[in-house]
Design a protein around this ligand. Structure first.
Ligand code: 6GU
Length: 247
């Protein structure tokens, strides 16, 4: 997969050199480039924003600068490859594991990080008319950030770990929260068996695989009911079996 990020704060994306994403880049599984939007400005002050038509507080990012930048990045390298243009912002569709799975199937992601009050709306409108470009406005939750950079980090991490070969043990993608079961993950424990007066639940040291599986499923159901009843309500009718506790 190829990912291009456009931002006025390229340094904000420095963590993409680290950990699993950094390793995926170095091994060639992920081709990721971060671009400074100001490289496509034409004036002495490298201006990217202006006052909003209709009035109001704050500044809006200019469509002409974004147009030059996106044209150049979309034309670069694998020109013609279908691309998903992601525009992070609090007004977008909320990112879920489903979204991450869909995005992991794309050949190219281009992430346009806005600042201030956002990007002139004509940019999303224009690129949505480009053949081979799908525009998705994405929010990472119901709170307000100062710009799209942190959201870009979130999307890239959520997507990169789904790419074949990036996570060493694909099994670890199966049982986790928001996975196939639609439940939150059960609590996990390791050594020592007793710590500050807290013991590891006995069933986990029993060696009885069936009982361990039942206990984990019950804890996942219990936790989901307590913390995310909305997820339980959205489970498919056949997702619960008669052995599941009445939560
Ligand atoms: Cl993607 N951007 C901004 N600025 N605020 C947000 C967000 C994104 N997602 C939630 N809040």
């Amino acid at each position: 997969m190829r990912i291009d990020v456009l931002t006025i704060f390229p340094d904000y994306l420095a963590p993409l050199d680290l950990s699993l994403v950094g390793k995926a880049r170095r091994s060639g599984l992920l081709d990721l480039a971060v671009h400074d939007l100001r490289d496509w400005t034409a004036d002495r002050h490298r201006t990217v924003d202006d006052t909003p038509f209709g009035g109001g507080a704050g500044m809006v990012m200019r469509p002409d600068v974004w147009g030059e930048a996106l044209d150049a990045v979309l034309a670069d390298d694998d020109a013609g490859q279908p691309a998903v243009l992601l525009v992070p912002g609090p007004g977008g569709e909320v990112l879920t594991q489903r979204t991450a799975e869909e995005l992991a199937g794309a050949r190219r992601l281009v992430i346009a990080c806005g600042r201030y009050e956002g990007i002139d709306a004509r940019v999303a409108e224009h690129y949505a008319t480009r053949p081979g470009v799908e525009v998705r406005e994405i929010s990472i939750g119901d709170y307000v950030l100062n710009g799209g950079e942190v959201a870009a980090l979130v999307v890239i991490e959520a997507v990169a770990r789904l790419l074949p070969g990036v996570v060493g043990n694909p099994e670890s993608l199966v049982e986790e929260s928001h996975g196939a079961a639609g439940l939150l993950e059960y609590p996990v424990y390791t050594k020592p068996p007793e710590w500050r007066g807290h013991a590891v639940p006995e069933v986990l040291t029993s060696g009885h695989h069936g009982k361990v599986a039942r206990w984990r499923r019950d804890r996942a159901l219990e936790r989901t009911a307590a913390r995310r009843p909305d997820l339980l309500a959205r489970l498919a009718p056949d997702a619960l079996d008669p052995a599941d506790r009445r939560v």
